[in-house]
Design a protein around this ligand. Structure first.
Ligand SMILES: Nc1ncnc2c1ncn2[C@@H]1O[C@H](COP(=O)(O)OP(=O)(O)OP(=O)(O)O)[C@@H](O)[C@H]1O
Length: 544
């Protein structure tokens, strides 16, 4: 409803169109009934007059249907964008752990499958219900004009038809939610298998992809059929009730005509308007159930899993952070993943990183180097102990403030499906001479020269057309161009050849204003000699 309010102009226009088309279809029914009444009296002139009215009503009706379709497509698309924008804003406002609690495939399903369901069951059904209510009101009024008792019968039968479908509600709700969950599972499997293609291909296991996708698809089939059963049972019962009610009305009208209480035309009128009322009533109850089944989806999209921006605002954490002048410190820091407090990755770690110093962190694979950088970067927050920025506790800092100062280059940099310039600057303004200097420093100039449109060349999704080393150079350039003075580099040059990585690392170590924490497996003596300190994680990680 909130979205309809935001588009109230177009929504109101649609309601007017819908009500007008219901009025014209009622006029067409009245014209038919009146034509029958006058032809029985052999009044040719009046008969053709009412046929003409009928024709005009039907032409008008057709024109309004065209207008309705166009306006409805516009409204649906506008609302889709509003919902996507809202969800994207909520996702963007989460903290690191919050975002990663759900897979990207599930988010994709929210923004595609769920939107389709909202279109079909939320928007289409609401507009259909408006049309149904309008037709019921117009038809009811016309029946009452034929004879009041017809309306009384309709009212009594309506009560039965409204009460009956309640039986189906829990069944429909349950199967609807199960269906959206199955859709999410399918999208997860699709994404997982398609992303894992290279691994499966190299092990001759691509058949696994087919098997898993088929199994997930069958899971979805099963839940769609289960929902189809629930809605089919309700639909069939509603229609059955509608047909019986129509017969009751027909019999009553026949009796009224025989007693001279209503004109002959009422026989088609009662059938037409009775049919309309009961068909629309059965439709309206069905649409109402479907419409209600959208509520759990909207609740999920706006749901508790996703922290709204407003909440993040009111945490009382400092939103401003100035350049590091003294040091970054970890005091007695311990961290374990997944509440695995039995065997934490980091235990009682103490480390001081003085401003503008260059620290190299070494250690065997899996010992927790990336975890330590994750804590410094503000991504992992549920550690024990204290982390401070110039004495300010990280817990009192807004993570966004931290990210105005820190750049973090991970082991697997992400390349966006955008041009190289955007990938380097992430759309932020950068002076051309600064860009040129960084490209030279990181050794990206040859790539720019080689690409068909240079910096304007659009890179493929996640940089599949780039080498690992090129992606790493882009990620390092991104960090440098961001202007952050604290750089955290996690094996950031691992894919470069020896000479190239040496050149890049030495140039970073030579930057006087930068505070640098660099994780590396392959520590070269030339690099170690230029660093202020080389810290072996094993020496500071006091594991039990
Ligand atoms: N997201 C995660 N969930 C659960 N366990 C994790 C997660 N990330 C890392 N770990 C575990 O934490 C331990 C430390 O991982 P971490 O990536 O910090 O090590 P590392 O020293 O950086 O390793 P490498 O040199 O191989 O990159 C490993 O045993 C790893 O299995």
């Amino acid at each position: 409803m909130h979205y309809f309010r935001q588009r109230r102009g177009r929504f109101s226009l649609l309601v007017v169109i819908i009500v007008a088309s219901a009025a014209l279809s009622t006029l067409s029914g009245i014209a038919s009934a009146t034509a029958l009444t006058v032809i029985v009296k052999r009044q040719a002139g009046r008969f053709f007059f009412w046929v003409g009215i009928n024709l005009a009503a039907l032409v008008g009706y057709a024109l309004l249907i065209y207008c309705q379709d166009v306006q409805q497509a516009k409204l649906t698309q506008e609302i889709d964008t509003l919902i996507r924008t809202d969800v994207a804003a909520r996702l963007g406002a989460q903290d690191y752990a919050g975002f990663h609690r759900t897979t990207t495939a599930t988010y994709t399903s929210w923004l595609t499958n769920d939107i389709t369901t909202i279109n079909d069951y939320g928007i289409d059904d609401l507009l259909m219900m408006i049309q149904q209510v309008a037709e019921i009101i117009f038809s009811g009024a016309t029946l009452a004009a034929f004879h009041w008792s017809l309306l009384a019968t309709v009212a009594a039968l309506t009560l039965v038809m409204v009460a009956f479908p309640r039986v189906f509600k829990p069944w429909l709700d349950r199967t609807s939610l199960a269906r959206t969950q199955a859709n999410e599972r399918l999208v997860n499997v699709l994404e997982d298998m398609l992303n894992g293609f290279d691994t499966l291909f190299m092990t001759n296991l691509t058949a696994v992809m087919r098997k898993k996708i088929t199994a997930a698809s069958r899971d979805v089939n099963h839940h769609y059929v289960a929902y189809g059963r629930a809605s089919g049972a309700m639909h069939a019962s509603n229609n059955g009730l509608a047909f019986i009610s129509q017969l009751v009305l027909l019999a009553q009208t026949g009796w009224l005509i025989l007693r001279g209480l209503t004109p002959v035309g009422a026989i088609t009128g009662a059938q037409y308007f009775g049919g309309t009322i009961f068909a629309e009533l059965s439709g309206i109850t069905f649409n109402w159930r479907e419409f209600r089944s959208v509520a759990p989806i909207l609740k999920k999209l706006a749901g508790g899993e996703v922290r709204p921006p407003a909440e993040a605002e009111g945490t009382g954490r400092s939103k401003q952070l100035v350049r590091l002048t003294a040091s970054l410190q970890l005091r007695d820091v311990s961290y374990g993943y997944n509440d695995d407090r039995e065997a934490p990755v980091l235990q009682h770690v103490d480390l001081t990183i003085p401003a503008r110093q260059k620290i190299i962190l070494t250690g065997d694979s899996g010992t927790g180097k990336s975890t330590l950088l994750g804590i410094l970067a503000g991504q992992l927050t549920d550690y024990q102990g204290t982390v401070t920025w110039d004495g300010q506790n990280y817990h009192n800092l807004d993570v966004r403030a931290l990210h105005t100062q820190i750049a973090y280059v991970t082991q697997t940099p992400y390349i966006f499906n955008a041009d190289l310039a955007w990938n380097l600057t992430l759309g932020q303004p950068v002076a051309p001479e600064q860009l040129e200097a960084v490209l030279a420093q990181v050794g990206l100039a040859p790539l720019v020269a080689q690409l068909p449109a240079g910096l304007a060349t659009v890179l493929t999704h996640n940089g599949t057309d780039l080498s690992g080393g090129q992606k790493q150079r882009i990620a390092i350039s991104r960090a440098l161009l961001s202007g952050r003075r604290v750089l955290l580099l996690d094996e950031a040059t691992s894919a470069l050849d020896k000479t190239a990585s040496l050149a890049v690392e030495e140039s970073l170590l030579a930057m006087p204003d930068i505070t640098l924490v660099m994780v590396t497996h392959h520590l070269r003596p030339a690099v170690a000699a230029k660093a202020d300190a080389v810290v072996a994680l094993a020496a500071i990680n006091r594991q039990a």
